[in-house]
Write a protein that binds this ligand. Structure first.
Ligand code: ATP
Ligand code: MG
Length: 420
């Protein structure tokens, strides 16, 4: 037997890991800015947790799960996604009793038995976030904007499209489903086998079918957005208005169905045209009844998950050189007193979270500025003996090529806590 990894499971080698670290770091920084804390959940749960959360007629539960019988006879499953486990933990640890709002994020490997291809694997990484406890449109908007800030912070936002829709709720969705059944019934025999079954059990799923012939038929299907009840319509409008007020660019796409049954109202997807067939880098939405369905107290919630491999593929394509080395400031110095001051100042600035470099030798100002330029720093702090005797230093804006004199004590207090 050849020694090799299981099909669809990849190694991430050291030469690639830096990019993963940087991207994960920025996700953490941004999510924490928005008040989310990490939760680490097991990679395996009772099968029931997934079947009940995702819905038994979804692709994942029907054909993609890695399910085993444990030694004691119980059915257990490698997690195909993160939300079900997070909700299970949220209920199990009574987090709802500790705070009206709970914000959690997770990151880790997911397992789905799919046909492996570029951007689609059997073991893959997701980062996701969940906000529990608010049904307000502000919560939906906040989660979406946070995700968008993450994409901006790693530089890929210009290559992404944000699409949003609403799936309605228990008031308006049943009637819409009925409309879909009526719409598809006459073309029943032209639908694929899966969709014929979906017509009976879950007609919404037909809108998500990847088969060309089904897509054709579905083209003129009634849209959920035209069939929302007034509460759902208002909610959707409010999410969109809030996003617009933050300057977010998005398009309404009533075709978004999502592969999981637990969504209500807002759903969204982030796609790219850069990766071929595997074009969705992340997706999410609101799920107001899932906590209840897993026997927790009624708790509205909204969240998302992004696929790390697809983000990495896109980032590699757009930034083949990786992340630029990050240096905010370079400290140039002239004379031995200035050099000592420079060393202390570098210490202070790094303590404040400012990425700082300096010259350890006694090079000429010209050669120090050359190095600062090469590092691509935003500011060079120049410490000369004369200015120092007055407690001052020069701060040179490298982009604008302008110089200002500042008090050394003020410069020491400069802080960049988050580079995003
Ligand atoms: P797709 O339509 O591509 O199958 P999905 O709707 O099944 O995606 P979700 O369950 O919403 O995906 O998961 C969120 C994100 O996780 C996806 O947008 C994608 O980036 C990533 N993802 C899902 N399945 C895989 C996989 N098999 N391999 C790599 N990434 C994946
Ligand atoms: Mg899928």
């Amino acid at each position: 037997m050849k020694i090799q990894s299981i099909r669809g499971f990849n190694d991430i080698l050291p030469e690639k890991i830096k990019r993963w670290h940087r991207i994960e770091e920025r996700a953490r920084t941004i999510f924490e800015l928005y008040g989310f804390s990490e939760i680490r959940i097991p990679v395996i749960e009772f099968t029931d947790i997934f079947a009940r959360s995702l819905g038994t007629t979804t692709d994942i539960v029907e054909k993609e799960m890695y399910t085993f019988t444990d030694r004691d006879g119980s059915s257990i499953t490698l997690r195909p996604e993160g939300t079900a486990g997070v909700v299970r933990a949220f209920i199990e640890h009574s987090m709802y009793a500790q705070s009206p709002i709970t914000k959690l994020y997770y990151s880790g490997m997911m397992f789905r038995h799919e046909r492996p291809q570029k951007g689609r694997y059997r073991g893959f990484y997701q980062i996701g976030a969940e906000l529990f406890g608010s049904k307000e449109p502000l919560a939906d908007a906040e989660v979406i904007i946070m995700l968008w800030r993450f994409f901006e912070a790693i530089g890929i936002a210009p290559y992404l499209k944000l699409e949003i829709s609403s799936l309605g709720d228990e008031n308006c969705r049943p009637a819409y489903k009925q409309k879909l059944v009526e719409f598809f019934m006459p073309s029943r025999n032209q639908l694929c086998e899966d969709c014929r079954r979906r017509l009976e059990v879950n007609p919404l799923r037909i809108l998500d079918c990847k088969k060309e012939s089904c897509k054709q038929i579905a083209q003129d299907a009634p849209s959920m957005l035209d069939n929302l009840c007034s509460e759902c319509r208002e909610h959707f409008e409010s999410v969109k208005n809030t996003l617009t007020s933050l300057g977010a660019l998005f398009v309404s796409n009533p075709r978004i169905v999502r592969g999981l049954d637990y969504y209500t109202r807002t759903v969204f997807e982030v796609t790219t045209e850069e990766l071929g067939a595997q074009n969705t880098v992340g997706a999410g939405g609101r799920y107001d009844h899932l906590v209840e369905e897993l026997e927790g107290p009624p708790t509205p919630a909204v969240g998302f998950a992004v696929g790390m491999e697809r983000i990495i593929l896109l980032h590699e394509k757009k930034f083949p050189e990786g992340f630029q080395k990050e240096v905010d400031t370079f400290i140039a110095h002239l004379g031995s007193e200035a050099k000592k001051t420079a060393f202390l100042l570098a210490y202070e600035l790094r303590k404040n979270g400012v990425f700082t470099e300096m010259d350890y030798e006694n090079k000429s100002l010209k050669s120090q500025l050359k190095r600062a330029d090469k590092l691509g720093v935003k500011y060079t702090i120049i410490i000369g003996e004369e200015e120092l005797s007055r407690g001052k230093v020069k701060v040179r804006d490298m982009r604008k090529s302008t110089e200002d004199e500042m008090n050394l004590e003020d410069v020491k207090k400069l802080a960049i806590k988050f580079r995003i």
